[in-house]
Write a protein that binds this ligand. Structure first.
Ligand code: FAD
Ligand code: FES
Ligand code: MG
Length: 285
């Protein structure tokens, strides 16, 4: 059992867990993730290690409620535990001093961005961060990202925080004003990462994306996380999660992410029904 030391709701449907996992905390490198099985009857889901504290023996996970498993996790608390946490998995981010790095994070993608921005800052890069979300509450971890950035630019779809519009608008203007950065890192919904890649490709700006494909084993054996990169088949769990964004077939990624939508919807309905039967409130449906 991996003890949950705390759970805090940092935004609507976003939870930050601090979990006791000393071995994982000791070995963790930016860009890596864990596969968590919250309870013995449930599924296994991949979650990025947003922060690791080797001295305290803890890892921090930031989880957005999107379906059955993440909704059930949102009801767990300090004192509960996860049945299994496997990791650290995935190829760590290649951290090097390049010059200026623009980090573009959208929604739940801001959590995986945090350790990458911190790692890139620690080796002397200038970090310009663009964070976006549908509305102000969904632009998470603003203080944490500001602490590892030289400058932060905020955008919301509804204009409730920062500039109204998409992260790609802010990115286009930033590049026009400041010139080409040495690297852009984009993490967020697949459509957002595709839009960033399409913007930076004609400008010849090196761009990485961290892919969020469906995973089962997380060790390269099941094939669930298959993506096409540069016309070749890659497994996100072992070859990634980061890839050259200009080489990624984002349309295939989106198609494969939607492969089990009817099953996911049914599992969510069954779960909500169970909660209603037990008279438990708290879920927004
Ligand atoms: P479901 O209703 O089952 O699924 C909702 C959607 O999530 C699906 O349509 C599908 O697109 C995706 N999904 C479903 N099952 C999986 C699966 N086994 N693996 C991956 N995606 C799935 N989310 C966070 O909130 N925080 C993170 O730090 C985070 N890090 C991730 C790191 C990696 C490397 C990957 C691949 C994904 C990460 N995710 C993260 C996404 C997270 O794994 C999914 O949101 C979660 O599995 C959804 O489970 P569910 O049962 O609640 O929702
Ligand atoms: Fe099974 Fe990547 S999750 S091969
Ligand atoms: Mg699920």
């Amino acid at each position: 059992m991996f003890a949950i030391l705390s759970r805090e709701e940092i935004a609507p449907r976003f939870h930050r867990f601090v979990v006791r996992a000393p071995e994982i905390a000791r070995k963790h490198r930016p860009g890596q993730f864990v596969i968590v099985m919250p309870d013995e009857h449930g599924e296994r889901i991949p979650l990025t290690i947003a922060h690791a504290d080797a001295a305290a023996g803890t890892i921090t996970l930031v989880v957005q409620e999107v379906g059955k498993t993440t909704m059930a996790m949102g009801r767990m608390n300090g004192g509960d535990g996860f049945v299994s946490v496997v990791g650290p998995l995935g190829t760590p981010t290649h951290i090097e001093r390049l010059g200026t790095v623009i980090c573009v994070g959208g929604g739940a993608g801001i959590a995986p961005m945090l350790p990458i921005a911190a790692g890139m800052k620690a080796v002397g890069n200038r970090i310009l961060t663009i964070l976006g979300g549908r509305t102000h509450e969904l632009v998470i971890l603003r203080d944490e990202m500001a602490a590892v950035s030289d400058e932060v630019f905020l955008t919301t779809d509804d204009g409730s925080l920062g500039r109204k519009g998409l992260v790609t608008h802010a990115l286009a203007d930033l590049v026009a004003e400041r010139g080409k950065p040495d690297l852009v890192v984009a993490i967020g919904p697949a459509v957002m990462m595709k839009a960033v890649a399409e913007l930076t490709r004609p400008m010849g700006i090196k761009t990485w994306a961290s892919l969020n494909s469906i995973m089962v084993d997380g060790t390269g054996m099941c094939g669930a996380c298959r993506v096409a990169v540069g016309g070749q088949t890659k497994f996100v769990c072992v070859d990634g999660p980061e890839f050259d964004a200009h080489e990624v077939d984002f349309d295939l990624l989106v198609k494969r992410l939607r492969m089990y939508l009817p099953e996911e919807q049914a599992a969510r309905e069954r779960y909500l029904e169970q909660c209603r039967c037990h008279g438990e409130g708290g879920h927004h449906g």
